[in-house]
Design a protein around this ligand. Structure first.
Ligand code: DOR
Length: 433
């Protein structure tokens, strides 16, 4: 049974309705019953949100939950708890599990495990190609019927342009966007970090930003050719930003996301942290001009959404030479703090835009009925304490993995409470069972 909650006295931000101001939110029976000023509700449990931001539940549209197959890194139980701890009420999980999620049965398996062990909503992405091999298409229609919300071979760029053309066209017939990990592998070659000053100084093989942009350019052409919706995952290069900006000006069905680490770090971090493999991600963090372009693109709406690319790995994947280390970092439990500290506090972004990019924007572009505080909608709510000071301690993560370059960072701002369908699942950093 779901209780009545009155979230009182916060700053309500609801991008779907263009509201940003003082207000109360009443939750009844798992749905939003009212939003207004000085609401009264007999018998409701009152949550004092004074000084806090009350936002639609955050949606992370790019998460690796590793189940099935790599449960030692993460599973649906631990990954959804990490999400709740970080203020996310929904995560969209990628298909590069073992085996990859490329059949109807595997989509149903993930959803069944979510029902058994999850504490937030999980929306699965299915593979574009069988086994993520880039050769043979999966069956968009039955994957959609089983519950997939998009197709992606994330981690593996789809090199074959004709295959990708067919993929986006079929996916569009079933209303599914295709999320592309853009990288021209012939140009990125074996690059393990951004190609630039620091790769030269450090003697590591680099991959240029142009390797990403080349495939973005191809996708822009395919979107124009087919009218299909292509979403560019984890944009890292200023050259990609420019292509996405022009595609949007032209009215093409291209959307994009950016990660907190690409917004916060530059390639100098590989030097600063002495080749620490927790700085290795794919795509890599790039140079200052790229970081600036990403920040501006997020601010201006050229990049629609923030997504963490939460990519858990264990020590045996990371405690090796830089070139052999698995790429990826965990992101769910640091996202809000990093973005609040590094983007909102210095004035790059206001809370309104950040909340939109983390809730309404990803929900809308995936066609999910989430990310809004509209009356009658699901009561998924994230309450943010923008002034809370804390230090990142990976030992306290709910994730099974600790691969973060942000250990020891002082941050201001965190999720204070996570509410899923009217149930409080996290309070003051503690996930409730
Ligand atoms: O850094 C990354 N890690 N990038 C990807 O595309 C895949 C991901 C993973 O699965 O570990």
């Amino acid at each position: 049974m779901s209780e009545r909650l009155l979230i009182r006295g916060g700053t309500v931000i609801d991008p779907a309705h263009g509201y940003h101001g003082p207000g109360d939110v009443l939750v009844d029976n798992g749905v939003i019953a009212a939003v207004g000023v000085n609401l009264d509700a007999d018998g409701a449990k009152v949550i004092d949100a004074g000084g806090f931001i009350v936002a639609p539940g955050f949606v992370d549209m790019h998460v690796h939950l590793r189940e099935p197959g790599e449960e030692y890194k993460e599973d649906i139980a631990s990954g959804t708890r990490a999400a709740a701890a970080g203020g996310f009420t929904s995560v969209v999980c990628m298909a590069n599990t073992r085996p990859p999620i490329d059949t109807e049965g595997l989509v149903r398996f993930v959803l069944e495990r979510v029902r058994q062990t999850g504490v937030v909503n999980v929306f699965p992405v299915a593979a574009i190609t069988r086994g993520l091999e880039g050769k043979e298409l999966t069956e968009a229609g039955s994957l959609r019927a089983a519950g997939a919300v998009a197709l992606s071979d994330d981690g593996h760029p789809v090199a074959d342009a004709e295959l990708m053309r067919a993929a986006v066209q079929y996916a569009a017939m079933f209303g599914l966007p295709v999320i592309d990990h853009c990288q021209d592998s012939s140009l990125s070659a074996d690059g393990v970090m951004h190609q630039g000053y620091w790769s030269t100084v450090l003697g590591l093989r680099g991959q240029p930003g142009e390797a990403e942009a080349l495939q973005v350019a191809r996708d822009v052409m395919l979107a124009r050719m087919t009218g299909a919706h292509i979403h560019i995952a984890h944009v890292s290069s200023r050259h990609s930003v420019e292509l996405i900006r022009r595609a949007k000006e032209e009215g093409l069905n291209i959307t994009a996301e950016v990660t907190p680490h690409h917004l916060v770090l530059t390639d100098a971090i590989v030097n600063d942290m002495g080749y620490d493999t927790n700085t290795k991600t794919n795509p890599p963090v790039r140079e200052e001009a790229d970081r600036r372009a990403l920040r501006e693109a997020l601010r201006d709406g050229v990049i629609d959404a923030v997504a963490t690319d939460h990519a858990p790995h264990q020590q045996d994947d990371k405690l090796v030479e830089y070139e052999y280390a698995a790429p990826g970092i965990v992101g769910l439990e640091t996202a809000i703090g990093l973005l609040s500290t590094e983007l909102v506090e210095p004035g790059w972004l206001d809370w309104g835009r950040l909340v939109a990019a983390m809730s309404w924007a990803p929900a809308r572009l995936l066609g999910l009925r989430r990310g809004t505080l509209g009356v009658g909608e699901m009561a998924d709510i994230t309450i943010i304490d923008p002034a809370y000071r804390w230090v990142v301690d990976p030992q306290r993560f709910y994730s099974k993995s600790r691969n973060t370059p942000f250990a020891g960072r002082s941050l201001v701002g965190r999720a204070h409470m996570t509410i899923v369908a009217g149930h409080v699942v996290m309070q003051e950093g503690k996930v409730l069972e």
